[in-house]
Ligand binder design. Structure first.
Ligand SMILES: Cc1cc2nc3c(=O)[nH]c(=O)nc-3n(C[C@H](O)[C@H](O)[C@H](O)COP(=O)(O)OP(=O)(O)OC[C@H]3O[C@@H](n4cnc5c(N)ncnc54)[C@H](O)[C@@H]3O)c2cc1C
Length: 495
């Protein structure tokens, strides 16, 4: 008799939704998490009188009243938590700024975004409208293809445009680099510059936020993680925090259970891993790593991590000069150079500024503001820093993010009451992922859903992969991935 029917390793988004989906279907599930709180990236922490959101800048997949989207209407309803979460709408996509060159705010609304761009760059209305039409068409056919529509039934426009780089499509539509920058700004959420990012990936992201709006959650992403955990526990699930898994055990060609850091062994015929792929396969014992897995892992690149300056500010968003929840500030329009700078400690060239009190999520006391400044970064540069120099280096680098922020909110330094800084090493420490990668592998063309599907086939019976490393990173994709993997497991075991 096995100790459990299933074990889930890791309580990030995908681990949580996998565990809750399994347990609610009657599968006796044990959830094991190395950290002391649920959520992985989806968490928060306290400094002084502020709570700091760790990761969630803009949640997709919620949708508006009368047009709910897959998270609100689907997953959260299935888990019985739709009424336990309060979603806070951001009315703008973002403000995009290049000091002295560009300052445009795009409303989260197709017509509003066209009007805002026409206002700043007269004579481009038709081009932007046509670009948005293409974006909607590409998204429609991409979703049809993802859902399994045969290639011969897909409109060839998807193949003509979807696999081209964002840069080449923007170049086809626009002459002015500033419009290209304003429309391509979400590349920093996807971790690849417009010269490498597939147009279909940007199209899906822009479509998701323009059609279904960007959202925050009251109580932050931690509220979401806690609600999913409660759904799991309410169905009879069992969780152990401060409990790392050291090995995934196999025997006779299939999974047998796990061994914890303290040596305890727990049996279950199904193990779902929310840990990274290199960690998961590296933990396998009692079975040779299948060649297909070895070849696959050797061809992939560890993705980008992040550097975040969290601040509690003793002033209101209006006093500080914030007009939108999300502001992107770039030093110039050279995105390739900005991407290259993620491998160095040169002064930050582009930041995402999240002001969590323009549409308050409840983390700052009245009259105060919680703001985070973030740039993506690869971990290698931090690994080389002498531990004795680490604190100085991280605060020195954080100053460069503040310098960029001061171009839109002059005097913000004077309002600082609390600060904390997270580097890629912080992400590594709290997530246990190689490179502290926050979206899994680099999300370039070779990682696209057309070419790889690590989630569907592990080549090890009883082992299942759920999360950013097995598919697409980000909140909505990983929340949905966990439930999808659990449903597939349920179908297989029922068959
Ligand atoms: C600063 C930051 C900003 C971000 N901004 C956004 C955003 O605005 N929008 C968006 O969509 N996405 C954003 N992301 C990305 C998004 O948060 C992640 O892609 C997503 O949350 C990853 O979820 P996951 O299910 O893959 O699990 P993860 O969050 O990666 O969690 C994995 C969990 O597994 C646990 N674990 C690992 N190994 C073991 C082990 N051996 N034993 C036990 N437990 C283990 C870890 O402790 C962790 O809790 C951001 C991320 C960060 C860090």
């Amino acid at each position: 008799m096995n100790d459990y029917d299933a074990i889930v390793v890791g309580a990030g988004n995908a681990g949580l939704t996998a565990a809750a989906t399994l347990q609610r279907a009657g599968v006796r599930t044990l959830l094991l998490e190395r950290h002391n709180v649920p959520g992985g990236c989806g968490t928060s922490f306290r400094r002084g009188r502020f709570e700091f959101e760790v990761a969630l800048h803009q949640l997709s997949g919620v949708g508006v009243d009368g047009q709910p989207m897959s998270l609100r209407e689907g997953l959260f309803t299935q888990l019985g938590i739709e009424d336990k979460l309060e979603f806070v709408q951001e009315h703008d996509l973002y403000r995009a700024v290049v000091p002295g060159e560009l300052d445009v705010t795009l409303p989260a609304d197709w017509d509003g975004a066209i009007a805002a761009l026409e206002d700043q760059f007269p004579g481009n209305r038709d081009r932007v409208a046509k670009f948005f039409d293409l974006l909607k068409t590409i998204t429609f056919w991409q979703i049809a293809a993802m859902r399994g529509m045969p290639a011969e039934q897909i409109d060839p426009v998807l193949f003509r445009y979807g696999l081209r780089s964002v840069r080449s499509v923007l170049d086809e539509f626009f002459d002015d680099d500033r419009i290209k920058l304003a429309l391509g700004m979400y590349w920093t959420y996807l971790g690849q510059p417009p010269s490498k990012l597939l147009f279909q990936d940007l199209a899906l992201t822009l479509f998701a936020y323009l059609e279904f709006k960007p959202w925050h959650v009251r109580g932050g992403s931690q509220a979401m993680s806690t609600a999913i955990l409660d759904s799991f526990l309410g169905a009879g699930g069992e969780v152990r925090f401060n409990t790392g898994v050291a090995a995934i055990l196999a025997q006779d060609g299939r999974v047998l259970g796990v061994r914890l850091d303290d040596g305890t062994e727990i049996t279950a015929p199904e193990v779902v891993s929310n840990a990274s792929l290199p960690t998961t396969y590296g933990m396998l014992r009692g079975i040779d790593l299948p060649d297909a897995v070895r070849t696959d892992l050797a061809s992939r690149r560890i993705g980008v991590s992040g550097f975040v300056l969290h601040m509690g500010l003793d002033a209101t968003p209006a006093e500080l000069g914030f007009t939108t929840s999300t502001t992107f500030v770039n030093r110039d329009t050279d995105d390739d150079r900005t991407y290259e700078s993620w491998r160095s400690l040169e002064a930050a060239r582009g930041i995402c500024v999240s002001s969590y009190d323009v549409a308050p999520i409840g983390f700052a006391p009245s009259g105060a503001t919680h703001v985070s400044l973030m740039t993506l970064q690869y971990a290698d540069i931090w690994r080389g820093i002498d531990p004795a120099d680490y604190a100085r280096a991280k605060f020195a680098y954080a100053e460069t993010l503040l310098d960029l922020c001061e171009t839109v909110t002059p005097g913000i330094r004077d309002a600082i009451e609390e600060v904390d800084v997270a580097t890629p090493l912080t992400m590594m420490r709290y997530l246990g992922h190689p490179g502290g990668a926050i979206y899994g592998y680099d999300q370039d063309a070779a990682e696209g859903w057309l070419f790889r599907n690590s989630e569907r086939e592990t080549h090890v019976p009883g082992l299942h992969l759920a999360g950013s490393w097995a598919g697409i990173g980000g909140f909505q994709p990983t929340l949905e991935a966990g439930a999808r993997v659990a449903r597939r497991l349920l179908r297989r075991t029922a068959a």
